[in-house]
Design a protein around this ligand. Structure first.
Ligand code: ZN
Length: 253
């Protein structure tokens, strides 16, 4: 008998701002095919049954047409220097799909993406430093599906530091907390639910480091994609239920 997964492959759209790669030779050297393609390859590596495609800011509708989003189960988002170039009507469209049930995986500097701030409702600010320092990501809940296959912790030899306070609403579930060589800590793997959509924020992924080639990072993103696959359809209507399913006798008239 075919498994449910085999019958219904997860349709993943990997969205990339695709701007640093074009402007910085340093970033282009790390990600010659663009960061979005490295992220997409990582999802394919750990979820070989998934249908993974990419979309970028430069495409019409940023590659996120109504049709494309309707055919997307999970959207991953990497943006940084062009957050303000993302059109509000596209943000509205993505928000609607998340409420309906589409999963959203927000990566690294996507903490300041319009769609992330819209869905969480807070500033999502944080502290940061670029000092080529080590990051150690601790697993908070080894039983969480996003931590599947990950040891007690894993390390990235060089990353940008993100530190607390991280101005987010308290996560529904905490999967990772990072420690940095310089001493700061950060809530680096956070889950929320909005409507029927699942949202996961995952911190690593500064553009000048080869983070999206790291096996553990790839595994976590793939695990998050599986975790965030749609669970149902959110209703957006308030009908007047004039006809009750049972006769109402007690109402005083
Ligand atoms: Zn960064």
């Amino acid at each position: 008998m075919q498994s449910l997964r085999a019958m219904n492959p997860i349709r993943v759209t990997v969205w990339g701002e695709n701007t640093h790669e074009k402007k910085s030779p340093v970033v282009a050297a790390v990600y010659p095919q663009g960061m979005h393609n490295a992220i997409a390859d990582g999802v394919r590596e750990f979820l070989p049954g998934a249908q993974v495609t990419t979309a970028t800011l430069q495409e019409p509708d940023h590659g996120l047409t109504e049709e494309r989003l309707a055919a997307t189960d999970v959207l991953t988002w990497w943006g940084h220097m062009a957050h303000d170039k993302v059109e509000d009507r596209i943000v509205d469209r993505v928000q609607k799909r998340v409420l309906e049930g589409m999963g959203l995986i927000v990566l690294h500097s996507g903490h300041y993406a319009k769609i992330f701030k819209r869905l969480l409702g807070t500033t999502c600010s944080l502290t940061w430093r670029e000092a080529d320092e080590k990051e150690r990501l601790w697993v908070c809940n080894p039983g969480h599906p996003i931590a599947r296959g990950i040891d007690r912790y894993f390390e990235l030899p060089q990353e940008e530091m993100y530190g607390e306070p991280f101005a987010i609403p308290a996560p529904d579930e905490q999967v990772f907390i990072s420690w940095f060589e310089g001493g700061e800590v950060f809530r680096s793997g956070c889950c929320w639910h909005r409507g029927n959509g699942k949202i996961f924020y995952f911190r690593p992924g500064h553009e000048t480091y080869p983070t999206y080639f790291d096996k553990n990072v790839r595994r976590v993103i793939a695990n998050a994609v599986e975790w965030a696959r749609p669970q149902g359809v959110w209703i957006d209507s308030c009908p007047n239920a004039k006809v009750a399913p049972e006769p109402i006798k007690s109402k005083a008239r």
